[in-house]
Design a protein. Structure first.
Length: 336
């Protein structure tokens, strides 16, 4: 093997054979996401120029309407996946219902559906803080050549074929898994190429960081309150510190590299938690497990939760294995 740094394109081709029943379709799908991510990245990076280029809702100098970035990202991902004719269905945080692609065409043999949060953490865009894209890929359960149905999307997280995220941060990274570990690729913006920069990413088994919106503390289940206190209390040399960006992808990414836990528990304002099972929690859970981490709703494994609706919310606790185990221990002991 040469010492040449691998590009994402090369990596996808080289690893194609490791997919069961590989036909190149999944590789093409990940390639399309790579392409759309680059387009969205370009736009996200211009967000700070809003005073010069005009804010969302304005008309720019070319007479084009300026769009909100989350709407723009949604359009770009959907357009790319639709035009290249790679998937049979898409569900997005930005769309009320799922989209069926080429549903009238019996010859349409595509077998994958994608669930996507095109721009998560979008309240951070206006203030130049990292945002991300999250995606989750399943094999459809209904026959190919027929229109997709809701049940193609309402599959348990454990059925995912691939999942990943893009973090538009100080540098832009695409991190994904196809069930054979987690690899991270950093974009070289000068030439528009992603390079394998973080092979075989893993959560440290123990971490020091806890990420939670403590503004909601009074609302939290007792088990979570006790866990936060456990992290805060000076007893022995507990190493914990708090880090919360409020952008799931960025908080997760940091915790995976440094060791930590992300929590969005239920509360009276968010009785089922805030985050969405199908395109926020499950893909992050798949990545976490593939990276030696763990994810649960405080009691049961995120990827074992039975989905009942497209935009379903669940409590979410995800990160270094021993930290998630500790939260589950507190939840069992103290409960709600
Ligand atoms: P969004 O899908 O509306 O962007 O919400 C998801 C985001 C996550 O990225 C982040 O971790 C969380 O919401 C922050 O919520 P809060 O502001 O309540 O702490
Ligand atoms: Mg979101």
């Amino acid at each position: 093997m040469s010492n040449k740094i691998q590009t994402l394109g090369e990596f996808i081709i080289e690893n194609q054979d490791s997919f069961q029943f590989s036909s190149g379709e999944l590789s093409r799908l990940i390639n399309s996401i790579r392409l759309a991510a680059k387009v969205v990245n370009h736009e996200v990076n211009k967000a700070g120029l809003v005073d010069i280029l005009g804010a969302a809702g304005d008309t720019n100098i070319q007479g084009e309407d300026q769009q909100k970035l989350d709407v723009y990202a949604n359009e770009k991902f959907i357009q790319t996946l639709t035009k290249r004719n790679i998937v049979c269905g898409i569900a997005s945080e930005e769309e009320d219902s799922f989209i069926s692609i080429n549903s009238q065409d019996e010859n349409h043999q595509n077998k994958y559906v994608v669930l996507i949060d095109p721009l998560d953490g979008s309240s951070n865009i206006d203030v130049n803080v990292s945002v991300g894209t999250i995606f989750s890929i399943y094999r459809r359960v209904t026959p190919v050549g027929t229109p997709v149905q809701l049940k193609d999307f309402l599959q348990k997280g454990s059925e995912q074929v691939a999942a990943g995220y893009v973090v538009y941060g100080t540098s832009t990274m695409l991190v994904y898994t196809t069930g054979h570990g987690v690899n991270g690729f950093t974009l070289n913006p000068a030439i528009g190429t992603f390079y394998l920069s973080h092979p075989k990413m893993e959560f440290p088994e123990d971490g020091t960081m806890y990420s939670v919106n403590e503004g909601n503390y009074l609302d939290f289940p007792l088990g979570i309150k006790k866990y936060i206190k456990y992290c805060q209390e000076e007893e022995g040399d507990r190493p914990y510190t708090s880090r919360y960006i409020g952008s799931l992808v960025s908080d997760f990414h940091r915790n995976m590299i440094k060791g930590g836990i992300y929590m969005y528990p239920k509360g009276s304002r968010n009785p089922d938690g805030k985050l969405r099972l199908l395109y926020e929690c499950n893909p992050m859970a798949f990545i976490a497990e593939q990276a030696n981490g763990k994810s649960s709703d405080g009691y049961i494994r995120t990827m074992d939760v039975e989905p009942t609706e497209l935009h379903q919310r669940v409590p979410f606790v995800c990160g270094s294995k021993n930290m998630v185990n500790k939260v589950e221990e507190f939840m069992r002991k103290y409960g709600e």
